[in-house]
Design a protein around this ligand. Structure first.
Ligand SMILES: Cc1ncc(COP(=O)(O)O)c(C=O)c1O
Ligand SMILES: [Zn+2]
Length: 407
């Protein structure tokens, strides 16, 4: 890395800047690189190191983060007449969500700056991820979650030995409290958006998609979105490859949100309604909503990386798609039955969005589509159960089985 650039006002900082957000305007920072120098590092072999803001990846990480499967979802695609649909199965990360990519880079950074305690505010997954990777590295983790976070995510974090603070309030309250506590106690704060390194971790997902597609660029990548950091990371990954001269086109990044938590989509629609001109990012306000979705991972009132995400959707020409919760839940067994991948509600939303885009004729049958399945269905059994119901209860007799099969 060679410094930072503010997402909003474009003020730059040198690489040794020790803060987290822009000192001029308080907005999130983007890590910058010398892409000309990076270009020269690639001859044959592509490796991620020059694109990461941490000391070269010489120390092996004790857990296998990333390198998740890209699955050809042939049957799922066929059901809509699509010929080229893929699922990026992020459920296979150590704590079973895409958050581990961000946590790995953030913890490498924390170690580089000598931090002993790392903290995060989380709807659940970033917390269980931080707890998991901190345990592997023998670091202390403090996790702030809203008190209604799904029990599986809380239990993961507790099992890994983190201090878990269940905040009587929502994610936004947890976020503000984590900021305050990190500053009070000198902790390294991994919170999404605020910490510029999380985006850098998540972008590796794009590199892998590119490699696993045989160095092809998809037409669209569909990303479940709450704070917008997974989405802005996905865009950054493709932009890195482009800036380093490794690809010559960019995918559209489609923002997928619940109808009941759609701050980023509302903002994109508002900008597009005003015409084609690129807005002044330094004065753009991202909408706030009162989120009520059952998809807890993407339930966000005030997106913490909203501006970067809105920019990514506008610059990539992506769609902003909102899905009713009922369709999000219905997507869980559809993906599971056609691919063998069990998604939590947020992670099932991209497939629901594909269906909606096909219905609205926004997607052509021959487009190369990638759905980011960002977290495991085991993290939120209650919502999956709503979608699939109960098993058939039978007495222990073959006649009862026969009866049940007829029902
Ligand atoms: C499984 C899963 N999918 C998607 C997201 C959305 O990421 P972001 O909040 O960066 O938009 C999250 C965030 O918690 C998540 O845990
Ligand atoms: Zn700024």
């Amino acid at each position: 890395m060679n410094g930072y650039c503010c997402i909003a006002c474009a003020t730059t900082q040198a690489a040794d800047f020790a803060g987290f957000v822009c000192p001029s305007c308080g907005s999130n920072l983007d890590v910058s690189y010398d892409y000309e120098a990076i270009r020269e590092e690639f001859v044959q072999d592509f490796d991620y190191s020059p694109f990461l803001p941490v000391s070269r990846l010489v120390t092996p990480f004790p857990l296998r983060v990333g390198r998740t499967p890209l699955i050809a979802a042939t049957r799922l695609g066929k059901s809509l007449g699509l010929g080229d649909l893929y699922i990026k199965d992020e459920t296979r990360n150590p704590s079973a969500s895409i958050k581990d990519r961000a946590t790995e880079v953030a913890l490498r950074r924390a170690r580089d700056v000598g931090a002993e305690t790392v903290a995060v505010a989380s709807t659940g997954n970033a917390g269980s991820s931080l707890a998991c990777l901190a345990a592997a590295l023998d670091m202390r983790a403090v996790v702030f979650v809203p008190e209604n976070a799904p029990i599986a995510k809380l239990t993961q974090a507790l099992s890994f030995g983190a201090t878990v603070l269940a905040v009587r309030g929502n994610y936004d309250d947890a976020f503000d409290l984590c900021l305050q506590a990190s500053s009070e106690f000198g902790w390294f704060n991994r919170s999404t958006g605020y910490n510029p390194f999380t985006r850098e971790g998540k972008k590796t997902c794009a590199y892998e998609i590119w490699e696993d597609l045989g160095r092809r660029v998809p037409d669209r990548v569909l990303v479940p979105t709450g704070d917008g950091n997974v989405l802005s990371g996905m865009w950054k990954g493709w932009c890195d490859l482009h800036a380093a001269g490794l690809i010559d086109k960019l995918p559209r990044i489609d923002c997928v949100q619940s109808q009941s938590s759609a701050a980023i989509c509302h903002t994109v629609w508002r900008i597009r309604k005003q015409g084609d001109s690129i807005p002044d990012w330094s004065t753009l306000n991202v909408d706030e909503v009162k989120a009520t979705t059952v998809a807890d991972s993407i339930s966000v009132d005030r997106p913490r990386d909203g501006l970067a995400a809105v920019k990514a959707v506008i610059q990539s020409g992506g769609e902003a798609v909102t899905i009713p919760d009922k369709e999000i839940l219905a997507a869980i067994p559809e993906i599971a039955r056609a691919t063998g991948v069990f998604a939590e509600p947020a992670a099932a939303a991209p497939w629901a969005a594909v269906k909606q885009l096909v219905r609205d004729q926004e997607v052509a049958p021959d487009e190369l589509l990638v759905c980011v399945v960002s977290g495991s269905g085991l993290k939120d059994i209650d919502n999956a159960r709503t979608a699939v119901g109960e098993p058939l209860a039978v007495d222990p007799s073959i006649d009862a089985v026969r009866d049940a099969l007829r029902r």
